[in-house]
Ligand binder design. Sequence first.
Ligand code: GDP
Length: 340
Amino acid sequence: MSKKKKALITGISGQDGAYLARLLIKKGYNVIGGIRYDTRLKPWRLEELGVHNKIKLIPFELLDEKKINQVIKKEKFNEIYNLAAQSFVDKSFLNPVYTNNVNALGVMRILESIRNFSKKTKFYQASSSEMFGNVKSKYFDEKTSFQPISPYAVSKLNAHWMINLYRDAYGLFCCSGILFNHESPLRSDEYVSKKIISELIKIKHKKSKNLILGNIYAERDWGYADDYVEAMWKMLQQKKPEDYVISSGMINSVKTFINKASNYLGFDLKWTGSGLNEKGIDSATDRVIIKIDKKFFRPIDIQYKHGKSDKAKKNLNWKPKTNFDNLVKLICDAELKKYK
Ligand code: GDP
């Protein structure tokens, strides 16, 4: 009998951590999940996917070098997926030092530990499309240059280059997945996708009066998280470690997202006004259900382009299974279930 592979997922309590844990368990891995020291919350996402009893959770902080070394030296994981991060772009403007300490130096701590104590461990780093920032290009792929415009993006880019360096200089098997926005019912309400859907459903059930947003003309390339974690796993199963762009290839605005979701939820939405005075009106009741507020605008928001995942398609045989319309519907359906 072949021995079970052992994987560590840092940030296992997040959206991607939960989907990846489920995938690895299905594939017969022994999954160990890293959680923050101060976590008091139940791992509700793991419960939701029914995998909480199949995983061993261990305290694991990207700031704690000693602990990282201890764990990696002892466990000699086959694979480590680093999904832990300070992952909010807007919060990175408020806490730039902390963001870099976790997102950039945290990755270095793990890489150093692998280099010193467990050279055969394969390492996946969650990079981000935010790293492209405002670079002028028709689309973003692995050859596009980077022009990060938030402390979050700078920290992720630092880690991304470290992955390249440790691969070239020390021959470590490490890959960086440049993932575009990926959403799911397990997203937290801070992200615009989930905020829109959960607020619209609250309005529908008279539990909220309106949905207040920032820049609704911002555009994103949105995909489904469950599709994207498969690409993470595939990267570590290749002969050669490389970096990959993972995206849907389609771009949509926040306003299109609102229109799709409200339509699916049975609202007949009319838009009036412009700028901060733009409003979304529910035709059935004639009430304003969507408003714009300055406080949800970012200091700078990137001019997004769509990602091009041709390399992933060719080398990993990966492509997204869920399109934008189905993504919006599946998040709506999951959220609606909570009211049944
Ligand atoms: P991000 O791409 O990782 O920052 O994902 P988000 O879901 O947080 O934001 C996606 C886009 O939605 C950004 O361009 C935001 O400026 C825009 N947006 C507009 N209104 C809001 C809002 O109320 N909350 C959030 N989170 N984003 C908003």
